[in-house]
Design a binder for this molecule. Structure first.
Ligand code: MN
Length: 217
């Protein structure tokens, strides 16, 4: 069976617990991540090791895209949070940048599509959509100029018609999204809420509670 896990953001303990829950349900699962496995939380490298060991197939989130950018061009590293992100890799920055750079921007299945943030309401094919929209969109202003005017514009999924189910993450503030054929799985684990997982074959959605608040939104 397939299992789709929401944004982990370095929460290795909860991720490990979630993987355990998955293996309880299926000894040979196909596990997928919505992206944003790294950054913010306590153990980015631990999360990446669990991803490798359990053959979790990821896609790029905006935090992975940013990480690849600052590894390539260290002049972009901002004091504080980017320095913390870089130090989380403890000398294996290039190795992981190489591995992460192989993650795709989306994954297509016969019955559903997996993206990190959302879709471009104007386009009919994932391959035609910009990386920035796929990895950062929350709201749609009609033009794609501002992808995050949360109080003024509708959510992208209210403006998008898509023939398949869409699984995404990225919008912790929104919490679990179940709207028409759209399923949003970022339930804010790193903010002390929950890590979510959905299995299309069983229809089950299950969650692991965060052990604590690791970061403020
Ligand atoms: Mn994100």
């Amino acid at each position: 069976m397939r299992f789709f896990i929401g944004d982990v953001h370095g929460c290795a303990d909860e991720y490990q617990q979630m993987l355990k829950e998955i293996f309880k349900r299926d000894h040979n699962p196909a596990i997928f991540s919505v992206g944003d496995l790294i950054n913010k939380g306590p153990d980015t490298l631990g999360v990446l090791h669990l991803t490798l060991e359990n053959k979790v197939k990821a896609i790029l989130g905006n935090h992975e895209v940013w990480y690849l950018k600052i590894v390539k061009d260290p002049s972009l590293i901002r004091k504080g949070k980017d320095e913390r992100l870089m130090s989380a890799f403890k000398g294996v920055e290039q190795l992981w940048a190489k591995r992460i750079s192989e993650w795709p921007l989306f994954r297509e299945f016969p019955d559903l599509d997996l993206v990190h943030a959302g879709l471009d309401p104007r386009k009919q094919k994932l391959a035609e959509m910009d990386q920035s929209i796929l990895t950062t969109i929350r709201t749609w202003d009609g033009l794609g100029l501002n992808l995050n005017r949360q109080s003024q514009d509708p959510a992208w999924f209210k403006e998008t018609k898509w023939p398949k189910k869409v699984v995404f993450g990225h919008w912790a503030q929104m919490g679990l999204v179940r709207y028409k054929n759209y399923l949003g799985l970022d339930t804010g684990c790193v903010y002390g809420r929950k890590l979510s997982c959905w299995c299309p074959e069983s229809g089950e959605l299950f969650q692991v509670k965060a052990k604590r608040i690791y970061c403020s939104p």
